[in-house]
Design a protein around this ligand. Structure first.
Ligand code: IMP
Length: 191
């Protein structure tokens, strides 16, 4: 079965491909030759994920799933949340986003945060939603080189290292996206 994962992010694509069963041919937007920056105009993670999945199904006539992730920080009332990618500006710069967050939390004793992922699956125009989250805290400075986005400043509960210091295989098991993907896979296996 052919299934598109609607992302331009190669790191994320590889992360998810490692979890998807070999019986599914996973296709990226790059494989499709799709260079559109699909607009994320929804007010929630679930809405944004569905917009992206529907865009691909409508334009390429293929089943598709898309994810949208947010980092929700307790001391900031859940910000940056649905605006995580553009927290420090439209250019979606991960370094600038982390710097802004570290500055906002300077001196704060409450550094609790969680990542949340919504995955929308458009399967022959039937819609399904899968969600996953991981709780942890924001470190006082960036550490590690693995992963992407906010990984260098997020320490998952039960660990002392950031996602960027932990091996990708471990991140995949416990992460927001890993958990949502596991639900997606369990569903795909029932088909
Ligand atoms: P998107 O939903 O992939 O567009 O991600 C929204 C924002 O969250 C972007 O700033 C990403 O870099 C960040 N993000 C998404 N997933 C992860 C992750 O697994 N680790 C760290 N940051 C992430």
């Amino acid at each position: 079965m052919k299934l598109v994962f609607a992302t331009h992010n190669q790191n994320k694509f590889e992360e998810v491909k490692a979890l998807i069963p070999d019986s599914i041919a996973l296709i990226s937007l790059t494989d499709l030759g799709c260079t559109d920056d699909i607009p994320e105009t929804g007010k929630t993670l679930a809405e944004n994920a569905r917009i992206k999945a529907d865009f691909v199904t409508e334009n390429y006539k293929l089943s598709c799933f898309a994810d949208d992730t947010g980092l929700l920080v307790d001391a900031l009332d859940g910000r940056p949340g649905v605006y995580s990618a553009r927290y420090a500006g439209q250019e979606k710069n991960a370094e600038a986003n982390m710097e802004k967050l570290l500055l906002e939390l300077e001196g704060s004793s409450n550094r609790a945060a969680h990542f949340k992922t919504a995955i929308a699956l458009n399967l022959k125009n039937d819609h399904h939603l899968f969600e996953g989250s991981v709780h942890g805290y924001i470190a006082s400075r960036k550490k590690g080189k693995n992963g992407f986005g906010y990984d260098p400043i997020f320490v998952p509960c039960g660990h002392e290292q950031t996602f960027a210091e932990l091996p990708l295989s471990l991140k995949n098991q416990i992460s927001h996206r890993g958990r949502a993907i596991q639900k997606l896979i369990a569903f795909l296996n029932t088909l």
